[in-house]
Design a protein around this ligand. Structure first.
Ligand SMILES: [Mg+2]
Length: 195
C-alpha cells in the first residue's frame, strides 16, 4: 500500500508547544481540550496569521517538541517494511530542512522509516488527496468528506480534541493510539485479499 503519514497531531505534539507559547504571549490558560475545532482561533478572537506566526517558530525548531508516542520511530520502521510510506505534511516548504532535522533527532530517517517527505500548502485542505495514497493517517477532520467520496482509499483519523465530533464509518477509521495503526493496517490488507 501507499501510505501517507501526517506530521503535526500525528507524529509530533505540535499543539502542546503552541499552547505554551500562546498562553505565555497572550496571558491565557487554554488547554489542549479547549481546541474543539480545526479553526479554533475563530472563537478565540485572534487572527489566523497570529496562529501561524507561532507555528512557524515551532517549525523553525526554536522550541522542543515531543512525539505523540515514543514508539513512533519503531512503528514507522515496521510499517515501512511492507509498505511505501511518505511523510505528507501541510507545512510551508521553507521549513523542509528543519522538519528533516527534527525527524532525525527522533531517529525517523529516510530509507528506514519513510520513503519521501512531501509538503503541500495549508489550504485547500484536500490538497493532500492529489497524491493518491491508499491510506492517509491524519488528524485533519476536513479530509473526512473528500475521502468518504473515494471508496478505494482509507483515512485513519488520528483522535484529537479537534476531531472528536467527527463521525467515522466505512473508509474513515478513528485511531486512538499508534499501536492500533499496525492492527488496522493488517485488517485493511485482509479486506483487500477478500475483494
Ligand atoms: Mg496534522
Amino acid at each position: 500500500m501507499k501510505i501517507a503519514v501526517d506530521v503535526d497531531g500525528v507524529i509530533f505534539d505540535l499543539i502542546s508547544v503552541f499552547l505554551n507559547i500562546f498562553n505565555h504571549n497572550y496571558n491565557t490558560t487554554y488547554k489542549k481540550s479547549d481546541i474543539t475545532q480545526w479553526e479554533f482561533y475563530k472563537n478565540w478572537g485572534i487572527y489566523e496569521n497570529q496562529v501561524y506566526e507561532i507555528f512557524y517558530q515551532i517549525y523553525n525548531n526554536k522550541f522542543s517538541i515531543s512525539l505523540i508516542d515514543e514508539k513512533i520511530p519503531e512503528y514507522l520502521r515496521i510499517i515501512k517494511k511492507d509498505h511505501h510510506v511518505d511523510i505528507l505534511s501541510a507545512r510551508n516548504h521553507n521549513f523542509k530542512s528543519q522538519l528533516i532535522q527534527i525527524l532525525l533527532k527522533y531517529n525517523i530517517n529516510k530509507g528506514q522509516s519513510y520513503d519521501r517527505i512531501i509538503l503541500v500548502d495549508e489550504k485547500p485542505y484536500d490538497l493532500k488527496l492529489k497524491y493518491e495514497y491508499d491510506l492517509y493517517i491524519d488528524d485533519n477532520p476536513n479530509l473526512i468528506e473528500p475521502i468518504k467520496k473515494k471508496k478505494d482509499i482509507t483515512l485513519f483519523l488520528f483522535d484529537q480534541p479537534w476531531n472528536k465530533v467527527s463521525i467515522c464509518n466505512k473508509n474513515i477509521i478513528r485511531i486512538k493510539f499508534w499501536k492500533d495503526i499496525l492492527i488496522e493496517i493488517k485488517k485493511l490488507k485482509k479486506t483487500d485479499i477478500l475483494h
